[in-house]
Design a protein around this ligand. Structure first.
Ligand code: NIG
Ligand code: FE
Length: 416
């Protein structure tokens, strides 16, 4: 059994809690000093004053002691919104956008998501798996210990299942825990171009039951957007998914204010994501609900759109998470320090709120807030050591990866 004591970091940031944090609570990182943390097996066994911890546990030197003095120890990051299994790349499209072309315009002319669909259909299981594994390795080095991944680059049965099976295999073989989301309603496939309602019916009748039967995804998601799936189509799909036992997510109010956030609350979705154009009504509703508002500033940056109004959403008392939205089109980055920097410099969040949003609140966006996302006794030992004495360096040393060591389920899985 793994037995470690992480000794005396300058800040032991616990983010303590078993619920997503709202409004002002997001400022409270619950930082301990002169303290140490004990790992046994996969779990956090104890947290307390260093003196007491050593008296209680290490009288016969059974534990490997890691001296963390001068460093920060904190929960591993949780990236609760990514699309990390995909074929091909879209570097030319990025160039077009640099030169002023619009994301949705590119999409309507056959580029965008559909071009990744084409390449994901063409690439073999093994090719996709190897690429996805490399991406996870990089995420781990950034301190990410849990990641959500979406299908949605197949749209047809075979390729959607291929994406989900790849995530399942990676969950079994890679240290990072992967939580899978079925996003068949990511785009209208050419086969159903003139009949999106039929496509929704097909998903409901043929794909969801299979995914449920083989436990290939925990969440069902939809791109609820003008010229993609309407609020009514999204409602129909998600209501059925809910009846079948899926948890729900929505790509909501990204380009226009369509009402996806209101729908998320109405259906009790676990999260509503993007929210660049959430309405006042949507903000009111989400703040009174347990639906996590997941903000993705990397996408707003990359698309040169206005950022989500994090300040107003937090001030209204919502549970806010941040995530990368890592994908080959609208946001090709998984770089945690960059997402945090965008959140604080451009989206109006405080660094403390950003850390809460990437840990315990991100866990809540995946229904994992009682298992991970904070350094509390009994939770998974998913934690990182940062090579600076205070968490403020995560934003201050811009676009530098300060992660020195990563523990996942009690094992040291990465060391710089
Ligand atoms: O979350 N908005 C829709 N889906 C992705 C983008 C996917 C892509 O461009 O390939 C998103 O931004
Ligand atoms: Fe997305």
């Amino acid at each position: 059994m793994n037995k470690y004591i992480i000794k005396n970091p300058s800040q032991l940031i616990t983010c303590s809690g078993i619920h997503g944090k709202r409004g002002k609570e997001m400022m409270d990182l619950n930082i301990l000093e002169n303290s140490s943390l004990v790992i046994e097996g996969e779990y956090i066994k104890d947290v307390g004053k260093t003196e007491n911890i050593f008296e209680k546990y290490n009288y016969n030197n059974e534990y490997t002691v890691i001296d963390a003095s001068g460093k920060v120890v904190m929960p591993g990051f949780i990236d609760s919104h990514t699309h990390f299994v995909f074929g091909g790349y879209r570097e030319k499209e990025f160039n077009m956008r640099v030169q002023g072309k619009d994301y949705m315009e590119i999409m309507r002319s056959g580029g965008g998501i559909i071009s990744t669909v084409k390449e994901t259909r063409e690439e073999s299981y093994d090719e996709l798996l190897q690429k996805a594994r490399k991406r996870l390795d990089h995420m781990l080095s950034l301190g990410i210990t849990t990641v959500e991944g979406k299908s949605g680059y197949g749209l047809d049965f075979q390729t959607e299942i291929k994406q989900l099976e790849i995530m399942k295999e990676l969950n079994d073989t890679h240290p990072i825990d992967i939580i899978s989301t079925y996003l068949g309603a990511h785009s209208i496939p050419d086969e159903y171009k003139d009949n999106p309602d039929e496509y929704i019916n097909y998903i409901i009748e043929e794909v969801l039951p299979y995914i449920k039967k083989y436990k290939l995804a925990e969440f069902c998601d939809v791109f609820c957007e003008k010229n993609v799936f309407s609020v009514n189509q999204s409602r129909k799909l998600l209501e059925k998914a809910k009846q079948m036992g899926f948890n729900l997510k929505i790509h909501a109010d990204e380009m226009v204010s369509l009402g996806g956030s209101e729908l998320a609350v109405e259906l009790g979705a676990t999260s509503a994501d993007h929210l660049l154009n959430i309405s006042e009504e949507g903000i009111k509703k989400i703040t009174k609900s347990d639906t996590v508002a997941t903000l993705l500033p990397g996408t707003a940056f990359s698309l040169r759109e206005k950022y989500a109004n994090a300040r107003e959403i937090i001030n209204n008392n919502a549970i806010v998470a941040i995530a990368s939205d890592f994908n080959p089109g609208s946001c090709f980055t998984e770089y945690v320090p960059f997402i945090i920097l965008l959140s604080t410099l451009y989206m109006g969040m405080k660094i403390e709120e950003a850390i809460t949003a990437y840990t315990i609140n991100a866990a809540a966006a995946l229904n994992r807030e009682n298992k991970t996302g904070s350094l509390d006794i009994g939770k998974l030992a998913d934690l990182i050591i940062i090579d600076y004495p205070s968490y403020e360096f995560i934003q201050y040393h811009m676009c530098y990866n300060p992660v020195e060591v990563v523990f996942k389920r009690g094992r040291m899985v990465y060391k710089k």
